[in-house]
Design a binder for this molecule. Structure first.
Ligand code: E4P
Length: 221
């Protein structure tokens, strides 16, 4: 499973990159707003300098011509830019055009298996089902992942399933069990993936016992 970080914070991206397990980055207009990004293209360029993997940059246009023009512009920033296009009618049409040109697309705001099927038929590189937001309305986000995995398997569709809107490690665990190709998550979720109280307690005990051993050896000299 590939790990992407879902943020526009350069500090978080750098810290996750330094861990050595980061495969890419997803951004969106809300995340840019949170960071107070002024120069969007310049900011994406900085992210692309930090990570080798795919960096999703979202279009703002909602009409076919605007989406296509923005996407063609965004991919000039760096080779690892993937253009995020919303799952709307003009978006699907644009994905078809752009994927035919070799431009890689992350189709975002997916909330149903049929949406995922259409995005794959249009040639999206990634489909982003928003698990957390589905859970938020008392529906089962993981069922959405399961359905997409099955449909893509049935027809050997190449589009990668990018589990998005991840809120906690259990989302990552369930998405991994179901075979999602990628999980994009906030920095704090990446940190939580590696934490366990028994690890901390066990390490404390090992270190205390080691100190005790050294003291005993010194006393015996
Ligand atoms: C994915 O690419 C989106 O940026 C993101 O996962 C949305 O998550 P949210 O529902 O926490 O805003």
């Amino acid at each position: 499973m590939k790990f992407f970080i879902d943020t526009a914070s350069l500090d978080e991206i750098q810290e996750a990159h330094d861990l050595g397990v980061l495969d890419g980055v997803t951004t969106n207009p809300t995340l840019c707003y949170r960071e107070g990004v002024e120069d969007f293209e310049g900011h994406i360029a900085k992210i692309c300098d930090i990570v080798d993997g795919d960096v999703s940059a979202e279009v703002i246009g909602t009409e076919y011509e605007d989406i296509v023009a923005e996407a063609r512009n965004l991919v000039k920033i760096a080779d690892n830019v993937v253009v995020k296009v919303p799952l709307i009618k003009d978006g699907i049409k644009a994905i078809k055009t752009l994927s035919n040109e070799g431009i890689r697309i992350n189709c975002t705001l997916c909330f149903s298996p049929t949406q995922a099927l259409i995005a794959a038929k249009a040639g999206a590189t990634y489909i982003s089902p928003f698990i957390g937001r589905v859970d938020d309305i008392s529906t089962d986000g993981m069922q959405l992942i399961e359905d997409i995995v099955q449909i893509y398997d049935n027809y050997d569709l190449d589009t990668e399933i990018l589990a998005a809107s991840i809120r906690h490690p259990h989302h990552v665990l369930d998405a991994a069990r179901l075979g999602a190709d990628v999980a994009t998550m906030p920095f704090e979720v990446i940190e939580k993936l590696l934490e366990h109280p028994l690890t901390d307690r066990g390490l404390e005990r090992f270190l205390n016992d080691w100190d005790q051993l050294q003291e005993n050896l010194k006393a015996a000299e």
